[in-house]
Ligand binder design. Structure first.
Ligand code: GCU
Length: 127
């Protein structure tokens, strides 16, 4: 359950693209942030009321190394998720973290901490 927000409603730092060349994503595309430390995707999410929510990121990482990324809400870091590898780029799984949201629109930023940048990000579900 929860409310799903597509990554392609967001914005990418320089070098990132919204792609559709791997199967199994929802919506019209997934986010492929640049392969660089500090590259990010911002995804707008709306909340009816303020409160701490679980954010579940649907992602893929078809390489042999995890793609750790810090998660921030409205500019405040809320921790790091490891984003472990998936079987291939067409295989999607989720990684979750709790983030306090304000009522209305919040900007969720996923920032890669290694030279590989973040995983491919399909969506974030707020519950
Ligand atoms: C491949 C893959 C991309 C992915 C990239 C990466 O190029 O096709 O979807 O984003 O690897 O390593 O990040």
């Amino acid at each position: 359950s929860g409310t799903l927000f597509e990554a392609e409603t967001g914005t990418l730092s320089a070098g990132g693209t919204f792609d559709s060349n791997h199967l199994g994503f929802t919506g019209t595309a997934f986010a492929n942030p640049a392969n660089a430390a500090g590259s990010f995707v911002d995804i707008p999410v709306t909340a009816a009321a303020a409160g701490t929510k679980t954010l579940s990121f649907r992602y893929s990482d078809g390489t042999t190394a995890a793609r750790p990324a810090t998660i921030s809400g409205n500019g405040t870091s809320r921790g790091t998720l490891n984003f472990p590898t998936t079987a291939n780029w067409d295989t999607w799984t989720t990684a979750s973290i709790s983030v306090p949201l304000t009522a209305g629109t919040n900007t969720i930023r996923i920032t890669g901490t290694t030279a590989d940048g973040p995983a491919n990000i399909d969506s974030v579900t707020v519950s």
